[in-house]
Structures are given as structure tokens and as C-alpha cells.
Design a protein around this ligand. Structure first.
Ligand SMILES: [Zn+2]
Ligand SMILES: [Zn+2]
Length: 282
């Protein structure tokens, strides 16, 4: 069977429940949200009515796979101790909020080494990820997102993810969110059938496909290997339609939430979603 869980990152301006209902309206069977302002450290506590409204929205729509994306500010290996402490606290709070809201997955970019070097950065991220998991409810899985490698971001190579898993003892609650545009920008050319196959073979060998719990589905305005992160609509960027066609028909991802993070949510999410659906063969 082709991919069953197709959705989008939905704006939460009118509340989390509204984001899920709105997603359902445009045809999503899974939805990603922010549980907090992604560019702010401070988070308001979640109100009981928000928990209830989200639960009701999930019940009404049948969308039971809601995913959260962590704030962009988090850097577990920030050389500045204050920023690092804030990052650890914010990520713990994120996982606690998810548990309270019944959200099973929290996606995070984890960190950027900022001149510490990749090896040192990865070691610190692994150490702090362990601490975050130890101090948070076990019904939430932390997903390390593959990045474009912009600046000194870690996790742009599958080796990085493998190293963090290795150094943490690969706990069940530490998994992966693979972003199509990020890996393309990072140099994994999935734009051809052979490239797609080779990339996922590499991932299987280094990390294991079963660690991929969510896929971000975006086209890229920038070329493969550019390490620059610019979203584009499905089939309109430089990646072409092949990787998306392969993705939605890849049996390994039949039950994996596939989330659009393409621009212009209000008028384009539905268009991109319909495009993905049209690529499914069964
Ligand atoms: Zn992200
Ligand atoms: Zn992403």
C-alpha cells in the first residue's frame, strides 16, 4: 500500500484543536504543530481546556498522529552555558508539554557546534539528549531531524545520527525525523531513482530505517550539496517529482507520518497535499 499518513505543518494561531480540524478540512491524515512560539524561550503552561480541545479534535477528525516541532532556538551543545542551560530546559519542557497533550513525537534540530567541531558537538548533544530523556515522561519520543548542514548545524550527515545513537546506547525514545529537502541540501541526491535507493540504503546501513518515525516532505529551491535550507512546493523545486513519487509509494513508509512544511500554508498546503496524493499508485 502507498503512504496512508499524509499531512502538513499547520498554523496554531487559533489554537491546537483548530490546527487539527483545519488540517482535516484540507485532507490531512496527520498534522504537525508548534506547541509554543518557535522563536521564543518562554512558554506558557498548557491549559486543561487546550488538552481537552486537542483530544476532542483528534477524536472528531480521526487524526491520531499529531507531531510537535520544537523551538528553533534549542542548541544542546551551545558553548555559552546560559544558552545551553536554557536549551536543555526548553527541550525538557517541550517533551513534557507533548506528554500532557497526548503528542507522541517531538522533532528537534538538536544543535550546532559553533566552532567546537562536529565530534565534540555530537558528544555533548548525546550526553544532553540522554539527560533530557531521563528527566521526561516516557510516552514521548524525541526525533532528531536531519538538517541541511547550514552554518555549524549537526545531523546533516547520517553518520552524525549514528554517532549520537551509539553514544546514548540507542534508547527507544531517540529516533529520527528525515527531511527530504534537508538531506538533499546536505548532499544526498534523492532526485533520481538510483539516488533515492542509495540514500535509503545508506541510512539503513548507518542508522536503520526503523528509526525514521516522521518524514518532512519538502522540495528545495537550492541545489544538492548547497547546505542551504530553502523550502519549495512539491515538484516545483530542484528535486523534481521522482523522490516524492518514490516516497509516497515506498512500502517502508506506509504508516509513517509524511508532513509538508512547504510555504504559504493557507492557500498552498491543500495543493501540495493533493499533489502528493495524486502520486500514490494504490
Ligand atoms: Zn525542522
Ligand atoms: Zn523539516
Amino acid at each position: 500500500m502507498s503512504a496512508q499518513l499524509l499531512g502538513a505543518h499547520m498554523p496554531i494561531g487559533k489554537g491546537l484543536g483548530h490546527a487539527v480540524r483545519n488540517g482535516h478540512k484540507i485532507g490531512c491524515t496527520t498534522v504537525q504543530v508548534f506547541t509554543n512560539n518557535p522563536r521564543q524561550w518562554a512558554a506558557k503552561p498548557i491549559k486543561e481546556e487546550t488538552v481537552e480541545d486537542l483530544a476532542a479534535a483528534m477524536q472528531e477528525t480521526g487524526i491520531d498522529q499529531v507531531i510537535s516541532h520544537d523551538t528553533y532556538l534549542v542548541n544542546l551543545c551551545a558553548p555559552n552555558p546560559e544558552t545551553q542551560a536554557k536549551s536543555i530546559a526548553a527541550l525538557k519542557e517541550e517533551l513534557c508539554r507533548c506528554s500532557q497533550l497526548g503528542i507522541p513525537f517531538a522533532v528537534s534540530h538538536m544543535g550546532a557546534h559553533m566552532k567546537l567541531g562536529e565530534e565534540v558537538g555530537l558528544k555533548i548533544v548525546a550526553e544532553k539528549a540522554k539527560e533530557v530523556l531521563a528527566d521526561t515522561p516516557d510516552d514521548v519520543t524525541l526525533l532528531m531531524e536531519t538538517t541541511a548542514g547550514q552554518g555549524s548545524s549537526l545531523n546533516w550527515q547520517f553518520d552524525h545520527i549514528a554517532a549520537i545513537l551509539d553514544q546514548t546506547g540507542a534508547p527507544e525514545r531517540l529516533c529520527v525525523c528525515l527531511d527530504t529537502r534537508h538531506i538533499y541540501a546536505a548532499g544526498y541526491d534523492i532526485s533520481t531513482e538510483d539516488g533515492y535507493t542509495k540514500t535509503f540504503d545508506d541510512f539503513e546501513r548507518l542508522v536503520g530505517i526503523d528509526r525514521i518515525k516522521v518524514i518532512h516532505c519538502n522540495d528545495s529551491k537550492k541545489e544538492c550539496g548547497s547546505r542551504v535550507d530553502r523550502h519549495d512546493h512539491i515538484g516545483e523545486g530542484l528535486m523534481g517529482i521522482t523522490p516524492f513519487q518514490m516516497l509516497v509509494n515506498d512500502k517502508r513508509f506506509e504508516q509513517t507520518p509524511i508532513i509538508l512544511e512547504t510555504p504559504s500554508a493557507d492557500d498552498m498546503h491543500e495543493v501540495n497535499l493533493n499533489k502528493l496524493k495524486s502520486l500514490r499508485k494504490d
